[in-house]
Ligand binder design. Structure first.
Ligand code: UT7
Length: 325
């Protein structure tokens, strides 16, 4: 049976120039490199310049992905930006990206699922491509979380960073089996009962402000490992595959201990887990495509490899995307 598959054509990344190390952070809040490293695995993060917005980061990552795909913005008919830190309340950051790339046709919109945003955006794009409505999609995760951090709250400000990652996917005919290249299964979930464990204490309709990120880290941690392991297993089941078929797990980079805990639960060796949290910290919706771009560019992920991407974030939201690169 022939079906439409969303096949990866290229991926790209952008990280702002400014790097903030744990040691530098320890001069601003009561923390230490030892504590941050031991509890999270984070060593440093990138911070956007004053005049850099989320769309600037997104455009740079998008251009990198287009170059890798050997395509131009004119080839793209769908742009989805996953972000929780938009340039403006409206219009969407995606429409700014569309304009920034010089596109005058196609459709562009944002998706808001915080740290799971890229998985939600990829799932959405995959479904549009599979219906035949669009042919080539640019899916971007981009964030400037430095703008919503309370820099006096050591329990949160040490955890996050800024950045953007992007992929280009194209509709191609597949056989309908797991030997196809492209997206093989996606699973996304949300459960709004957990708002108070991870949220921003502001917004246009509630406080008329942007607000700051608030998190009950230990509680989020507890849910993360369980939800992530379960959504990965469910995605594999949909494609009739198992963990032995997977070459790489590309997880949301929130905390090295969450990555290790999830890998242990799934029975996958640590050397098949792509880890960038030490270099980038948690970049929310950008973290999965940034990790993906890192492992593709350094040659670990090669054509034909089976990859599972997963993420969990505020909402709660969580999801996974199983694909063959
Ligand atoms: O991407 C969205 C999903 N987000 C996540 O997945 C984050 C999930 N949570 C986590 O990664 C971890 O829970 C944290 C890294 C946030 C915290 O690690 P933890 O091992 O759960 O630490 P804790 O919150 O239980 O805090 C332990 C101690 C506390 O002191 P007391 O009460 O034991 O005296 C904190 O006040 O560490 C203290 N602490 C710090 N100490 C130095 C908290 N933050 C810091 C800090 N530096 N930056």
């Amino acid at each position: 049976m022939s079906i439409i598959r969303s096949v990866f054509k290229g991926c790209g990344a952008y990280l702002p120039e400014k790097v903030l190390t744990n040691a530098e952070l320890a001069t601003c809040v009561e923390t230490s490199d030892e504590w941050i490293t031991a509890r999270t695995g984070i060593k440093k993060r990138h911070i956007a310049a004053e005049d850099q917005t989320t769309s600037d980061l997104a455009i740079a990552a998008a251009n990198d992905a287009l170059k890798a795909a050997g395509m131009t913005a004119e080839d793209i008919d769908l742009v989805i930006v996953a972000t929780a830190t938009p340039d403006q309340t409206f219009p969407s950051t995606a429409s700014r990206v569309q304009a920034g790339l010089g596109m005058t046709s196609g459709v562009a919109f944002d998706i808001q699922a915080v740290c799971s945003g890229f998985i939600f955006a990829l799932t959405t794009a995959d479904n549009y491509l599979k219906t035949g409505q669009y042919q080539n999609a640019l899916v971007i995760g981009a964030e400037t979380f430095s703008r919503i951090l309370d820099w006096e709250d050591r329990t949160t400000c040490v955890l996050f960073g800024d950045g953007a990652g992007a992929v280009v996917i194209s509709a191609e005919t597949g056989s309908g089996t797991s030997t196809d290249r492209g997206i093989l299964a996606t699973q996304i979930h949300s459960d709004g009962r957990y708002n108070d464990l991870l949220y921003v204490d502001g917004g246009p309709s509630s406080t008329k402000t942007v607000g700051h990120l608030r998190m009950q880290g230990r509680e989020v941690f507890r849910h993360a490992v369980t939800n992530l392991a379960s959504v990965v297993r469910d995605s594999l089941a949909v494609a009739n595959m198992n963990m032995d078929d997977v070459n790489w797990i590309v997880p949301h980079q929130a905390n090295k201990r969450i990555l290790d805990g999830t890998a242990r639960k799934l029975g996958i060796e640590a050397d098949r887990v792509v880890v960038t949290v030490d270099q980038h910290a948690n970049t929310s919706a950008a973290s999965v495509p940034l990790a993906l771009a890192t492992a593709v560019k350094d040659g670990r992920i090669v054509e034909g490899d089976v990859i599972i991407m997963e993420a969990m974030g505020g909402g709660f939201t969580w999801g996974a995307c199983l694909c063959r690169w």
